[in-house]
Design a protein around this ligand. Structure first.
Ligand code: ATP
Length: 295
């Protein structure tokens, strides 16, 4: 298992710090999601990790040592600006990219055909990329990053524009790489997907890391809410001191409680008024955590 990490990574454009002392790890064998709003600095960070953009200060490490040019040649990278040539056959581009990673031509062709076969595109291997649907182009693009047994994967928005079945297929492919101990870092705006897939996630806000950990760790650090279900209208909870009613819908209320005493007071009041069908903690969703840390 080889960890890919960044330490105090900083990039300025003029007097603007697009990435400001960013540190995090993408451990080997795990999918690490990289999220943040538009302009938060994800692409800039990934470009520095790959060495396609110079680093103002800080360091990228692979396996505990400063990353080398030779290391980076073994990484699979899917850039934000998609790199396939529209007027070249898909198979040729996959073979070319595998050969760049030192795979002999014959083996590269075999691997490329296997991939195209898995995508259901074997018959279209010789078609120019531009003749494929956008989703299929995107899948070939991800495949290009996966050629030649990369030692790390850095993927900028690999799932954008894919339908759910295509996402699942691509995730299966990525999991084959994490199973070999490879670190996989990918950016995404699809929080539900990130929540479902990732063993770790890093949240960036205006160039800084504002949350970093496993989904469970982030959930523990997030605000716990409670769901209260009564047998009659729950609107009165809005008047209870220490209770912040996030949402009230008939007999059901989603509330944030200031402390344990508030919980007891709420419960006692509810019982005085009738039956309490449920009072239970609600683990925050990733979307809620994201809103809290990026607010
Ligand atoms: N070459 C550049 N010159 C000047 N500013 C840049 C350059 N590249 C990026 N920036 C700025 O750096 C900041 C971070 O941009 P970046 O593309 O890394 O964000 P992002 O998180 O990937 O956003 P998105 O989700 O929209 O892709 C933005 O303010 C952007 O305008």
């Amino acid at each position: 298992m080889t960890t890919l990490e960044v330490h105090d990574l900083t990039r300025t454009f003029g007097d603007r710090r697009a990435v400001d002392a960013v540190s995090f790890q993408a451990p080997g064998g795990m999918l690490t999601g990289f999220v943040g709003s538009n302009g938060a600095g994800k692409t800039t960070t990934m470009r520095m990790m790959m060495g396609v953009l110079s680093i103002t200060s800080g360091e990228v490490r692979f396996g505990g040592a400063p990353v080398t040019r030779a290391d980076r040649r073994t990484f699979g990278y899917m850039p934000e600006e998609r790199g396939l040539y529209p007027k070249q056959p898909a198979i040729d581009q996959l073979v070319y990219l595998a050969r760049l990673r030192g795979i002999p031509a014959a083996a590269a062709r075999t691997e490329a055909m296997e991939h195209l076969d898995r995508l259901g595109l074997a018959e279209r291997a010789k078609d120019h990329v531009e003749k494929l649907s956008l989703g299929n182009q995107q899948r070939v693009q991800i495949t290009a990053a996966l050629m030649g047994r990369p030692r790390a994967l850095i993927l900028d928005e690999p799932f954008s524009g894919l339908d759910p079945a295509a996402v699942d297929g691509m995730v299966d492919l990525l999991r084959e790489h994490t199973a070999r101990g490879v670190p996989v870092l990918f950016s995404s705006h699809q929080l539900d997907l990130v929540e479902r897939l990732c063993e770790r996630l890093v949240i960036l806000r205006t160039g800084e890391v504002v949350a970093d950990g496993t989904p469970a760790e982030l959930q523990e650090a997030g605000t716990v809410r409670h769901r209260l279900v009564l047998d009659s209208d729950a609107g009165w909870v809005r008047g209870v001191p220490g209770v912040h009613a996030v949402d009230v819908d008939g007999p059901t209320a989603l509330v944030e409680l200031a402390d344990d005493a508030t919980t007891q007071r709420l419960l006692a009041t509810a019982l005085e008024r009738g039956q309490v069908r449920e009072l239970s903690p609600v683990r925050p969703s990733l979307a809620q955590i994201y809103r809290e840390v990026t607010a």
